[in-house]
Design a protein around this ligand. Structure first.
Ligand code: ARG
Length: 399
């Protein structure tokens, strides 16, 4: 008896996930493998990927275009949450995993599979995100992660695959480990493993080097409706289009590169490079519009919620009761977050230079230092007396 009969395997077309196919059959006695590749806007041709799975021994090879759901149901809520892990990483990889898990679980139901499989190793965050998300969506499914157990080096993995007709990568594969989708690229390993090393220019694809960016600044206006980005320079865009176009506009100015030492859930610090042009700018613009349209207490309270939300998503708890409760809070706050944020893009910077909203809480006749000031200055005195009373009493008792 094998570990499972029929398996849905998360498939990328790379060596590791391809080798999973013969490995699961030969070593773990799986009878049938159906692969599933998700189109998240990573820009790879997926027809060759589909065929490669069949050549590697899959009985069926599925490709799911989930770009629209990815942006609408995963990226957009995290913009509303201003989600930046450790203040910097816009979660491009982390947001994709619960969606992939969802379509794996749906495929398992449709094809009557008893297990889900993925090619993650035991060192990363992605294994946690897949395993926990799948368990949350269907706790009866088994989860198989052969790369967590097989203990093969890269060379051994390639050699194992070749025995079963899986070709070794043609060109000497990149020394970097790269995950990419519409929201950006996550790059690690190779020379990046030394945190002292400057990232080589060749790792970037979505963002220009500062030396090559335009010599003149460019203005950009992003419009939001209830916390969701809807327009670029006054023109309505559907969610996928909006992300794609912003990536281009903003990446052209070298904006959205992040170089950080990050704390993984499994306790390891890793050096990660991200380029995530659209997401970085959208989150900054969204947060700015909140400062105009939310009350002080909601704005400040929400910061704590955002921190918890971001950690939950990073740590694989997308489908969890706490996450659902935080979503409800965040949704409630977004009702009036509509308006426009104007930015100036120049040499790696997206500088917010203006914002306006029909729901603005900014009151010029209270804020002004001019003659038409409506603020009751006298009222401040009584307020300060009461506000400072506990401190005054404490100071008196202190002497
Ligand atoms: N550290 C990031 C995360 O946990 C990205 C990991 C993506 N994998 C890669 N091969 N770079 O979300």
């Amino acid at each position: 008896m094998g570990r499972a009969k029929k398996v849905i395997l998360a498939y990328s077309g790379g060596v590791d996930t391809s080798v999973c196919i013969p490995y699961l059959k030969q070593e773990w006695g799986v009878e049938e493998i159906i692969t599933l590749a998700a189109d998240l806007g990573q820009g790879d041709e997926l027809e060759p990927v589909r065929e490669k799975a069949l050549k590697s021994g899959a009985s069926e090879s599925l490709v799911a275009d989930v770009k629209d759901i990815f942006v609408k149901d995963y990226a957009f809520p995290s913009i509303q949450a201003n989600a930046l892990y450790e203040n910097r990483y816009p979660l491009g990889t982390a947001l994709a995993r619960p969606l992939i898990a969802k379509i794996l679980v749906e495929a398992a139901a449709k094809y009557g599979a008893d297990a889900i499989a993925h090619g993650c190793t035991g060192k990363g965050n992605d294994q946690v995100r897949f395993d926990v998300s799948c368990a949350a969506l269907n706790p009866n499914l088994k989860i198989l992660a052969p790369a967590r157990e097989w203990g093969m080096s890269r060379e051994q993995t390639i050699a194992y695959g070749e025995k079963f007709g899986i070709p070794a990568p043609v060109k000497k594969s990149s020394p970097f480990s790269i995950d990419k989708n519409l929201l950006g690229r996550s790059i690690e390993a190779g020379t990046l493993e030394d945190p002292a090393n400057e990232p080589p220019e060749e790792i970037y694809e979505m963002t220009k080097a500062i030396a090559d960016t335009p010599k003149e600044p460019e203005y950009l206006e992003i419009g939001f409706q209830k916390g969701l980005p809807t327009t670029i320079n006054g023109t309505a865009k559907n969610p996928v289009e909006l992300i794609e176009q912003l990536n281009k506009i903003v990446g052209n100015h070298g904006i959205g590169r992040i170089d950080m030492i990050e704390n993984r859930l499994v306790g390891i610090k890793s050096r990660e490079i991200y380029e995530s042009p659209a997401m970085v700018v959208l989150i900054n613009a969204h947060r700015d519009l909140e400062s105009l349209t939310l009350t002080a207490d909601v704005t400040q309270y929400k910061r704590g919620i955002e921190e918890t939300y971001t950690k939950l998503v990073y740590n694989g708890l997308w489908y969890s009761p706490l996450k659902a409760a935080l979503d409800a809070f965040i949704q409630q706050t977004q009702e009036r977050v509509s308006g426009v944020v104007r930015l100036k893009l120049f040499k790696g910077n997206a500088i917010i230079v203006g914002r306006w909203s029909d729901n603005t809480l900014y009151t010029p006749d209270l804020a002004t230092y001019g003659a038409d000031d409506q603020f009751d200055h006298k009222a401040a005195e009584g307020f300060i007396y009461v506000w400072g009373l506990p401190t005054r009493i404490w100071a008196q008792g202190n002497k």
